[in-house]
Design a protein around this ligand. Structure first.
Ligand code: ADP
Ligand code: ZN
Ligand code: ZN
Length: 717
């Protein structure tokens, strides 16, 4: 037999698969993970096909060196091929995303020697060894310990004793990431049984259950205002899926920020839920992954990569908060977990359910809609008021300051959102006008006052806070704009932090657990303010927030991006959703320099339908998604001419494509590399992707030799 293998290299130039000769009876299937000789080295590889014979003579074929632990299923191999094509990548790169955590080379997983009782070992413990030999008390003790503990790190018992038992076939030893089960954390109230559903919830669930039974390819969009009970509908749908004997995947944007969603699934379904998320150690993720692979766990909850969960017979895939940009992966392959979920659901005959209070126009067009129009507790949505900031210099509007003072007096909670971290956006010299820029990127450095440095938010470059201007030696440096750090400071000054705690949450908070702790502290505090970037609007469920404030709401509009309006609308609406759960008379204040901007107007009226209808009209007129597909090609090089030449060459290769190709347009320099961009706008998606793939394949290798690199992003964010 011949195994066709994709070596797991990241090089695009390697065009697998390659044939390997299998020894007779070697247990290898499509999806198996092998170690194979590859050129002068060895490499990990995944079997993508089995064949009777090769075009190469048998003596020219190498044999795999080893079959390693768990590979992936055949369905994931097929999905990897689809992804490679859909995102102009390679099957090897896609497969790397799908393997057991720690299985792929170079992840640096800490391996431990682990021991497990074999079948013969279990029998020996009951009836004595089959060969009639005897067990010493010490050996009996080891076997008993293994029987009780299951998979155990050998060193915790007695490695040499276990090795002797392995020699007798009673124990199996293996090198693996340390076996661990993540600890479940109870977060908020969650119940093991479902509450009586509201009429709207029951109607939505009924539709999903019907779809679970029948052949149904449509997919559903569960559109419901925050607090309308969408999660309860997902829970019901998972229940129905499990009862039908099938499995389910639930994608969430970020578990560390919304731990109570995970907890609700664990509380309802217990051990049958496995969780894959980045805050777990590699060992923990590996073991959760194995529980899914072996069928011990049948529900996977996790962020975008959980879309590759090794489950068979998937009946349901849920995408919670589907508007979140974190579903898009920013490394090659630049996949969108929402698109992959749709494709995987179709393959398994699974029902796709995506949910949001602010659905994307793409989902409105493509999916059947289920509505939840009322909050479960029937509380009204908060009043949204616009505050005009034109001509004002203080970052907080007087109305905002008054509302905060009232809140402090009455003892409530507020969330302040400003999508910009640090103290000031940029520094300039008052004497000569010099602006402090990053030496590697063409962007201004941001002042972080408490840590006393200025930093580039793109490449991480840092410098000490300047004392004088290097150009003219003036000591007068002006600070422009305000970030979350400065707002936190302003609030402390204005409110007196001793009696009224202020919490800050942004990417400067160092670790995920740290951010989760900040959220917990805010939740536990009787009163206070949470200040932060868009993270503060992400699904966390605080019962008693009565004031929401968006600072510089039109900031997101100033990005030259066709999704700018969608993002602005979602941000305000999501913050409004976090406000007023449990408090009557709550309000949201929107500070902006563009009080008449379209998305702000719709957000004031909580009008998601109106916004999307309007947005779809605009996108149809301008040929934007969902009415066309965009593909972004970025060429980068140390010097600008080479980046531009590479883009121009690709542009020429695309001449025959039935699509508009915009550019080359210069992008700002990033990490010391000049960049030039092309954007392909195509009505016919498939031929455009294939055409771009061919053009890049034709130009990229030559460009790489000269030091230019090319990256392709299908459906860029
Ligand atoms: P969403 O996901 O739409 O924001 P959730 O599912 O989190 O809404 O529901 C909001 C709150 O209402 C949660 O605390 C949830 O436990 C509760 N809830 C949801 N459905 C019901 C119901 N049918 N009866 C009682 N409480 C419910
Ligand atoms: Zn100067
Ligand atoms: Zn930089």
């Amino acid at each position: 037999m011949i195994a066709r293998v994709h070596p797991l290299t990241t090089t695009r130039a390697v065009r697998g698969p390659f044939d390997y000769r299998l020894a007779p009876g070697q247990a290898v299937e499509v999806g198996s993970l092998l170690r194979v000789p590859f050129g002068a080295r060895t490499s990990l590889g995944v079997v993508v096909e089995l064949a009777e014979r090769s075009e190469l003579a048998p003596e020219r074929l190498a044999e795999p060196e080893a079959v390693l632990g768990a590979g992936v299923g055949a369905d994931l191999v097929e999905l990897a091929h689809w992804m490679a094509r859909e995102y102009c990548s390679t099957p090897a790169r896609a497969l790397q995303l799908m393997l057991a955590p720690g299985a792929s080379a170079g992840t640096g997983a800490k391996l431990a020697l682990v021991a497990e009782l074999t079948h013969a070992g279990r029998a020996a413990l009951a009836d004595g060894p089959a060969d009639g030999s005897r067990l010493t008390d010490r050996q009996r003790g080891l076997l008993t310990a293994l029987a009780e503990r299951g998979l155990t790190v050998a060193a915790e018992l007695d490695t040499s004793g276990l090795r002797r038992l392995e020699g007798r076939g009673l124990v199996a030893l293996d090198r693996r990431p340390r076996p661990r089960r993540p600890v479940m954390h109870a977060v908020g109230a969650a119940s093991a049984t479902a509450p009586a559903l509201t009429g709207e919830q029951a109607a939505a669930l009924h539709q999903i259950e019907t779809a679970l039974r029948g052949p149904d390819e449509s997919g559903y969009l569960l559109q419901g205002v925050t607090g309308s009970g969408k999660t309860e509908v997902y829970l019901g749908a998972v229940q129905a899926t499990l009862e039908a004997g099938r499995t389910a995947i639930v994608l969430v944007p970020e578990i560390a920020l919304t731990p109570q969603v995970l907890w609700r699934f664990q509380a309802r379904f217990g051990d049958v839920v496995a969780v894959l998320h980045s805050a777990l150690s590699v060992g923990e993720r590996h073991d959760e992954w194995m529980r899914l692979r072996t069928g011990e766990a049948r529900v996977c909850v996790g962020p975008r990569s959980a879309v590759f969960a090794p489950l068979d017979d998937i009946g349901l895939i849920v995408v919670d908060e589907e508007h979140e940009s974190s579903y898009k992966h920013e490394g090659d392959p630049r996949y969108d977990a929402r698109t992959v979920a749709r494709r995987r659901a179709r393959r398994h005959g699974a029902v796709l359910v995506v949910g949001s209070a602010t659905p994307r126009p793409e989902s409105m067009v493509a999916l059947r809609r289920l509505r939840l129009t009322q909050r479960v507790d029937h509380r009204p949505l908060p009043a949204v008021e616009v505050l005009d900031m034109r001509g004002r210099h203080h970052p907080l509007h007087p109305e905002t300051r008054m509302a905060l003072a009232d809140l402090r007096h009455a003892g409530g909670k507020a969330i302040l959102l400003l999508n910009r971290r640090g103290w000031s956006n940029f520094l300039s010299c008052r004497a000569c006008g010099r602006v402090w820029l990053c030496p590697n990127c063409d962007v201004a450095l941001v002042l972080h006052r408490s840590a006393e440095f200025v930093a580039c938010h793109h490449c991480g470059h840092r410098e000490r806070v300047p004392e004088r201007c290097p150009a003219c030696a003036s000591v007068s440096v002006a600070r422009h704009g305000a970030g979350t750090e400065r707002i936190e400071h302003e609030l402390r000054e204005a409110l007196g932090a001793r009696e009224f705690p202020i919490f800050r949450l942004d990417a400067d908070s160092p670790s995920l657990p740290n951010r989760a702790r900040t959220l917990q502290a805010f939740e536990a505090a009787p009163a206070g303010v949470l200040v932060g970037t868009q993270m503060v609007a992400k699904g966390h469920d605080f019962p008693d927030v009565s004031l929401g404030v968006v600072l510089d709401a039109d900031q997101t509009l100033r990005f030259p991006d066709f999704r700018a309006e969608e993002r602005t609308f979602a941000l305000i609406t999501q913050l409004a959703g976090r406000t007023g759960r449990g408090a009557v008379g709550s309000r949201v204040l929107v500070q902006t320099l563009a009080p008449d901007a379209r998305p702000i107007g719709f957000a004031v009226h909580h009008d998601a339908d109106g916004f999307v209808a309007d947005e779809l009209e605009r996108r149809a007129a301008l040929h934007y998604p969902p009415y066309a597909s965009l593909i972004k090609i970025v060429c980068s090089a140390e010097d600008e001419p080479l980046a531009r030449e590479t883009a121009t060459a690709i542009h020429a290769e695309l001449a025959s494509l039935d699509a508009a190709v915009l550019g080359p347009a210069p992008l700002f320099r990033l990490r010391g590399r000049a960049r030039s961009q092309l954007v392909v706008k195509a009505i016919q998606r498939r031929p455009a992707i294939d055409g771009v793939g061919r053009a890049v394949d034709a130009i990229a290798p030559g460009a790489a030799r000269r030091g230019a690199s090319v990256s392709v992003d299908v459906d860029p964010q």
